[in-house]
Design a binder for this molecule. Structure first.
Ligand code: SF4
Length: 418
């Protein structure tokens, strides 16, 4: 493969670990074909960062997140900053700006939430759009903007590509991509497409390669790691606490048995298919002492409306079993307040669950409708913003107090509302 003159790239990543991994893969590919990373400076703010990058890089990639409206708005906001550099663009003195990630996946992927025309209108200041797992389209973009003319780039496959070396001892390793769960509020099955498990050989090869680069801790990642290696039919039938032996449990054990690794972690685990054999596997000392399992709500009617396939009771039982197997383990979760139709009584069920389980970490968010999801299309967003804010504040305080082991005072938080 012939090497390029060192062109500079810069990637700005929004969102979760999945985007971080994708950015590392894109960066690894670019470095493999001769690009060099433009190092970030100590920028005072985003405008300073973008200005510096537009002037000094050849290629600027924005890897977007669409989990909330705010995250999408960020992409459009960056577009407005980029639009200030029209003259530089015409003079060839501005970096080419490529947009990828979940915002693009929502328009270009197999399950669209909005049309490409609609997205293009909102992102007209970006030069090129591509989905993060579509290497061919990325390469087409590089050619179109004369960033890789005449370079031999055949033979690169996303699943086997080198990753950017971060120089630290920890690495995220994707075991699967996409999601088929269709929780009614969530954009991921659209923005990242259907769930595809990587082969065990691919995963182990990647870990081996990371170990050679000094990695000693890995986090196995997927939108629902528990269902790794299961067929669509199998995964929707499993319930929390089932005795079904999961392929993921055996993968996890195999990764733990790699002697060069000191610590193994996995995200995201959902309660749907957290089977008994996975609970038992937590005895393995290399597995992290923190586990994140999103509960979202403590009320069964709301869980049903969210299309989460477990009850609050099943979730509580699961956490109890986990603590029996691994006393002292910290449990984290995600919670949504103000889901369509959530009454005060239903919200208080969530409060009760938070008090009962005692989470070490809780990411609490206010429901916001995401275009194209079942909830946005079929359920009325009828909890007022004021009420959502209040529930968010209240639940956060309850969680913090349970975390600190404090009891709610007699005149409880509830009084604060008046
Ligand atoms: S499991 Fe549910 S919340 Fe998680 S990515 Fe899939 S659809 Fe979204």
């Amino acid at each position: 493969m012939s090497k390029l003159k060192k062109k500079k790239y810069y990637i700005k990543t929004f969102g979760c670990y999945a985007n971080e991994v994708d950015s590392d893969v894109i960066a690894g590919f670019l470095e493999d074909i001769g690009f060099k990373e433009l190092k970030a400076l100590n920028f005072k703010n985003e405008i300073e960062e973008i200005t510096y990058v537009l002037k000094n890089a050849d290629l600027f990639i924005v890897n977007s997140c669409s989990v909330r409206q705010k995250s999408e708005d960020k992409v459009y906001g960056l577009g407005r900053i980029i639009s200030n550099y029209k003259k530089e663009k015409e003079e060839g003195k501005r970096a080419c700006v490529f947009l990828t990630g979940c915002v693009v996946g929502s328009a270009l992927g197999e399950r669209k939430r909005y049309s490409l025309e609609e997205l293009k209108k909102k992102t007209r200041n970006y030069d090129y759009l591509f989905t993060s797992n579509d290497l061919k389209s990325f390469i087409r973009g590089l050619k179109e903007f004369n960033l890789i003319n005449g370079v031999e780039i055949d033979g690169h496959e996303v699943s086997n590509m080198k990753r950017r070396k971060r120089g630290n001892e920890h690495a995220f390793v994707n075991v699967s991509y996409g999601c088929d769960n269709f929780c009614s509020y969530c954009v991921v099955p659209y923005s990242r497409g259907g769930e595809v498990s990587r082969t065990k050989e691919d995963i182990l090869r990647e870990i081996e390669c990371l170990i050679k680069n000094g990695v000693k801790e890995v986090t196995l990642c997927g939108q629902n790691v528990n269902s790794w290696g299961l067929s669509k039919n199998e995964k929707t039938k499993i319930r929390a606490g089932s005795r079904k032996k999961l392929p993921f449990t055996s993968l996890l054990k195999e990764v733990c048995s790699i002697k060069e690794l000191n610590k193994v972690d996995f995200i995201s685990s959902n309660p749907f298919d957290f089977t008994r054999d996975l609970v038992t596997a937590l005895k393995e000392p290399k597995i992290s002492n923190y586990i994140h399992i999103a509960v979202q709500s403590g009320n069964n009617e709301i869980l049903k409306a969210m299309n989460r396939r477990y009850s609050a009771e099943e979730f509580i039982r699961l956490t109890e079993e986990i603590r029996k197997v691994r006393p002292g383990i910290e449990i984290g979760t995600d919670l949504i307040v103000g889901f369509p139709g959530e009454t005060e009584r239903q919200f208080m069920d969530t409060v009760k669950l938070v008090k009962k389980v005692g989470f070490a970490v809780a990411f609490i968010s206010m429901y916001s409708p995401r275009k194209g999801t079942y909830a946005q299309m079929n359920l009325k967003d009828d909890v007022s913003t004021k009420e959502k804010k209040w529930r968010h504040m209240y639940l956060t305080e309850v969680w913090k107090k349970t975390k600190e082991g404090k009891k709610e005072k007699k005149k409880g938080l509830h009084e604060k509302r008046k």
